[in-house]
Design a binder for this molecule. Sequence first.
Ligand SMILES: Cc1ncc(COP(=O)(O)O)c(C=O)c1O
Ligand SMILES: N[C@@H](CCOP(=O)(O)O)C(=O)O
Length: 469
Amino acid sequence: MRYISTRGQAPILNFEDVLLAGLASDGGLYVPENLPRFTVEEIASWAGLPYHELAFRVMRPFVAGSIADADFKRILEETYAVFAHDAVAPLRQLDGNEWVLELFHGPTLAFKDFALQLLGRLLDHILAKRGERVVIMGATSGDTGSAAIEGCKACDNVDIFIMHPHNRVSEVQRRQMTTILGGNIHNIAIEGNFDDCQEMVKASFADQGFLKGTRLVAVNSINWARIMAQIVYYFHAAIQLGAPARSVAFSVPTGNFGDIFAGYLARNMGLPVSQLVVATNRNDILHRFMSGNRYDKDTLHPTLSPSMDIMVSSNFERLLFDLHGRNGAAVAQLMSDFRSSGKLSVDDGIWHEARRLFDSLAVDDEQTSRTIAEVFAQTGEVLDPHTAIGVRAARECRRSLSTPMVILGTAHPVKFPDAVEKAGIGRELELPAHLSDLFDRPERCTVLANDLATVQAFVSRHGNRGKPL
Ligand SMILES: Cc1ncc(COP(=O)(O)O)c(C=O)c1O
Ligand SMILES: N[C@@H](CCOP(=O)(O)O)C(=O)O
């Protein structure tokens, strides 16, 4: 498989190099040159496969030529063996035809484990083969950070620097990152917001002099491997609910547009997906685009769903690329205009195509709390605030009651006790056994100014197993 940049000016790469690349050298994001498409018969034959075997079939075309089948199979089996539920991603029925796909049974209790447990193992495999060390820089609004640290902490050839917005992630999320004390793990609390952290990661890809020749790798969803691994659970859920004989709808709590973009790709790969609902919190740039063709940068509003407190959605560029007939020059122009004006809109016909592909809703904190309470009263299930946003949007935007509606359950509620309490749920939620002493563990984290040069100097001083590069 070959990968091309959404801005059309970067070298074409194979999977191995795309995994090690992050952002393309022209500032764009890598996407497959040609998307594989599965037949109805193929998809039907995957019913009942264990998760790791389904993952092999769905992802094999993407890694072909870079990773041998036997190695990939072994890596996938190891990856999904660490999940605490036998089904890996179980479906929980809320009512007659509404389901939550529980993506929070991995080590850090959020959907990010699906891709980052795999990414850590793939990096280990490839870096050992190449005899190369890399530096990872990642930005997190709470979940990517711990999943990336957990996925990469045992990697011999990696130093990982994770930036989170100081005081803007939940305490459980912070501790999940800052209590992992390995010499190659570096947590940085930035005096800014998530978008500041994300911008610093992207700027570091553009100018890598501070790394003195060490390669920079991304763990955010700008890295194609993140999106690739997230495609699998759409197949997993839909097949259990009757696909390919039957269509399935998905509602996806959305921030950086990575998770729902994976659903969009699953549909383009042959999965019968009847509806994709973009569910945002008050930081609703995507809903403003879908509903009014206005992709305008706003200020950031802290919400009950902090992991989705994101102003600009990285993966939207991947959609723009497809919407513009995969014309890299057109996308480069749009992104350059957006960079200077903070605004973007597309031609009417293109916008109507986007509306055909996606429904959307923005859900505020009050509705989030009400939905947590409503679902608890109906089913006894406690939702995390992000999943609750997905449920609200599913209920408001649903087009057909006879089509199964799957809401992506993106995090475990125990990560957000304040939001659960605000919803009036009296039940005390317990951390799983492997995290039961989380609040007693020592933390290590450096607070840094929201300043690129300061952050890059820090990385440069600590990027070689804690020593200078
Ligand atoms: C719990 C949770 N739900 C939803 C999202 C949104 O996912 P995406 O950024 O892929 O749109 C995130 C992170 O972004 C998250 O951590
Ligand atoms: N919600 C994320 C934000 C980063 O998104 P990513 O999917 O691009 O890594 C987080 O929890 O960190």
